[in-house]
Design a protein around this ligand. Structure first.
Ligand code: F6P
Length: 381
């Protein structure tokens, strides 16, 4: 029997990413074109769980006018709003409570036929679990600057973050060279090195440290000293926040808690800078790019990807799809099962062309000593 979609809800969850407002616009406009009503849920799922005025907002043409190029999200978002561990007042305490059944019940009461859940890996896991609790239909839209959502080649927000990080590395060159220092720049990415890898290569870093390659200090020191010997008396190291030394641990800024169960990473750049300074005798500095990477509007690429994902979500709903997540595969927007992505992480492919390019250019990953390819050259000649 063909399904009728009359009214859909949309939310944005987890850390924001440039492009969220573009998704809201394309979902809204393409739904309205088909006669479907769209409602936004404020702050993740809060608008459904807390009966606050304005928790659900009607998205019409006016509501999404002029927002496509803006950063953030007009709906707001939440990192501590998992409905299965929802922060709930109990006496004078706030405790995590499973409020998924209540959420599903409200969703039905409001007459929604489907949910478009815009979020990262955590949001896809929650969306999948809500389906099991009785939500009728969910289409996920993958966003995150980290680019770590499994099943899609790219997430929107990533291109913007890489551009911002690359520009920062470009700028750091002149001051680092002027002072003949070693600069360690920390970029985001959680437990993957996508941002570090791409911005590091594009920005001309001398070493790139990513979680996928546990690092040792010796090769990095060797790289710095080799440059020194060539008259390049400065070096730039890009470290993903999740990078960790061989046999060591990631550097944690804040541990997880009952509401947000993942730790907030941060501090690895300072750690690396101190060690490299001590081992090379060079003056070192560290800097953390932090939320600058998420702030402001999306690049044209991200804006377009976000618009395509949003329109794709509505198109698949109208075509009578099962629940799933829109994904970019071989330049096309497709729908993949939520179960294929939930609970998985897309890490950097170490045999891929990008890592190989970096290694061939002599960029150090902290695992092999510089000059690794010289052996290959000798063998070939
Ligand atoms: O997932 C996006 C992200 O920006 C990560 O790169 C980073 O580790 C985390 O969010 C930071 O979270 P918060 O905004 O809560 O500090």
């Amino acid at each position: 029997m063909p399904r009728t979609i009359r009214k859909i809800a949309i939310n944005t969850g987890g850390g924001d990413a440039p492009g969220l407002n573009a998704v809201l616009r394309s979902v809204t406009l393409s739904a309205i074109e088909r006669g479907i009503e769209v409602w936004g849920i404020k702050h993740g799922y809060r608008g459904l769980l807390e009966d606050e005025p304005g928790g659900l907002v009607r998205l019409d043409r006016d509501a999404v006018r002029g927002i496509m190029h803006l950063g953030g999200t007009i709906l707001g978002t939440a990192n501590r709003g998992d409905p299965f561990h929802y922060p709930t007042h109990e006496g004078d305490k706030i405790v995590p409570k499973d409020r998924a059944d209540e959420l599903v019940e409200r969703f039905h009461r409001e007459g929604f036929d489907a949910l478009v859940a815009v979020g990262g890996d955590g949001s896809m896991r929650i969306a999948n679990a809500l389906l099991e609790r009785g939500l009728p239909l969910v289409v996920g839209v993958p966003k995150t600057i980290d680019n770590d959502v499994y099943g899609t080649e790219l997430t929107f927000g990533f291109d913007t973050a890489v551009s911002i990080a690359t520009e920062a590395i470009d700028r750091l060159h002149s001051t680092t060279e002027a002072h003949e220092r070693v600069m360690v720049v920390e970029v985001m990415g959680r437990n993957t090195g996508w941002i570090a890898l791409r911005s590091g290569i594009a920005g001309g870093a001398d070493a790139i440290l990513i979680p996928e390659v546990p690092f040792s200090y010796e090769p990095i020191v060797e790289k710095v000293l080799q440059r020194e010997a060539r008259g390049r008396r400065f070096s730039i190291i890009v470290a993903a926040e999740g990078a960790c030394p061989k046999g060591g641990d990631v550097t944690v800024r804040e541990t997880g808690d009952a509401f947000r169960r993942v730790a907030v990473l941060g501090g690895v750049a300072e750690r690396v800078a101190k060690e490299i300074g001590a081992r090379t005798g060079k003056e070192t500095r560290s800097m953390v790019l932090g939320h600058l990477q998420r702030g402001g509007g999306p690049t044209t690429f991200d804006r377009l990807l976000a618009l395509r994902f949003g329109a794709g979500a509505v198109r698949f709903l109208m075509q009578g799809c099962e629940s799933g997540m829109v994904a970019l595969r071989c330049h096309r927007v497709e729908l993949i099962p939520l179960s294929e992505t939930a609970g998985r992480t897309k890490t950097v492919d170490l045999d891929g062309d990008t890592v190989t390019t970096a290694r061939e250019m002599g960029i150090c990953f902290g695992d092999e000593p510089p000059g690794h390819f010289a052996k290959e050259g000798t063998a070939a000649s």
